[in-house]
Design a protein around this ligand. Structure first.
Ligand SMILES: *Cc1c(COP(=O)(O)O)cnc(C)c1O
Length: 355
């Protein structure tokens, strides 16, 4: 069994096998629910040379924790704190003329910026038509902004088919060439996230931004990575019930035989998806036991059959080891979602620790 730092290190080296570009460890959404500082420290120790977040405040928290590598913040939904960005050396990505204007108005010391081109997603990034205006404005604002990077994002890299990325790669080259022609110095060019990093070298440019892959999620489904989290829950109540017993809200499950039930003290407030397929289960004592009845806010019921499980026994909801232990990917399948929503959905009252 491996610890979070070991799992992240294995995943970074797996990405390293696929690319010679620099690796940015993306630790947004609290490191995909795993703890941003813990994942960042492990990734940097394993060779990541950049960190990525979606808000300057997240970047500042990493600086406060002692992380010294360059940090990029894109999105910045609450606006960019230009003073904080300059002070803590947080690079910011800008995807519109408007955003650049606002930054220029606020900047008192030079802020390092990455110009974000829409490479085909229509979900952020500057449209190609506005790119010349963005460059013109950035040139005029030299001294207050320093253009150090150009970024795009791939809409279809999880298809693991380079043909699906070709249009974005062309746009990226076009955008980069325009930046260089406009007289900006060397810029760091970056387009790929985990899927592109693992499946399409044409997308790598100077740096790949890897988030999901760090914690063991490969959206391209091409590569075996190591899960970085284990989610356990204690049995808080158990009972032996006769056949015909209705379980949970609505009596959605009725036992078909006399059986032992165990209640785990985790529910949808803790990230157990309420929309679960019938084959969902957890590991307890080396066996897989089904979740029965509806998921409640604070608890789920599992059917342990002939086995009486004492209060205090600990079940594994998910973990990396396989066998009877479900994976994050199993939970995603049972809930009809992607693994990302499982790990980022773990609720705040679930106690976190680094094993
Ligand atoms: C979240 C995000 C990433 C990381 O994507 P993964 O697929 O999790 O590796 C990279 N770039 C941008 C712009 C993102 O928003």
């Amino acid at each position: 069994m491996c610890t979070l730092p070991e799992a992240v290190a294995q995943n970074v080296s797996r990405v390293r096998q696929s690319t010679s570009a620099q690796i940015m460890a993306v630790v947004k959404a609290d490191g995909y629910g795993h703890g941003a500082v813990a994942v960042a420290e492990a990734a940097v120790a394993a060779g990541a040379t950049w960190l990525g977040v979606t808000d300057v405040a997240e970047g500042r928290a990493l600086r406060a924790a002692g992380l010294a590598v360059p940090i990029l913040s894109w999105l910045n939904p609450g606006g960019i704190d230009a003073v904080a960005a300059a002070l803590d050396r947080i690079d910011v990505a800008l995807g519109s003329v408007d955003e650049l204007r606002a930054l220029i108005a606020d900047a008192v010391a030079p802020v390092r910026v990455h110009l974000h081109l829409d490479t085909g997603m229509a979900r952020g990034g500057c449209p190609l038509a506005d790119w010349p205006e963005l460059l013109r404005l950035a040139r005029a604002a030299r001294g207050r902004v320093e253009v150090v990077g150009v970024m795009g994002h791939l809409p279809r890299a999880d298809e693991a088919d380079p043909a699906a990325n070709a249009a974005a790669v062309l746009r990226m080259r076009h955008g980069r060439d325009a930046v260089l022609r406009a007289g900006f110095g060397p810029v760091l060019v970056h387009l790929a996230a985990t899927s592109g990093a693992l499946t399409d070298p044409a997308t790598h440019f100077d740096l790949v931004r890897v988030g999901a892959g760090l914690v063991g999620i490969d959206p391209s489904l091409t590569t075996v990575l190591t899960g970085a989290a284990r989610f356990t829950a204690a049995v808080v109540h158990s009972a032996f019930v006769p056949a015909g017993t209705a379980v949970g809200y609505g009596g959605a499950h009725v036992t078909d035989r006399a059986t032992h039930l165990a209640v785990l003290g985790v529910g949808y407030a803790d990230g157990i998806p309420r929309e679960l397929a019938r084959d969902a289960g957890v590991e307890l004592d080396g066996g897989r036991h089904p979740v029965v009845g509806r998921v409640s806010m604070d608890q789920i019921v599992i059917d342990t059959g002939a086995t009486a499980v004492p209060r205090g026994a600990v079940a594994t909801v998910f973990g990396p080891e396989g066998g009877a232990v479900p994976s994050v990917q199993d939970w995603a399948r049972w809930a009809g979602t992607i693994p990302h929503t499982i790990v980022t959905g773990i609720g705040p009252r679930v106690e976190r620790g680094i094993a």
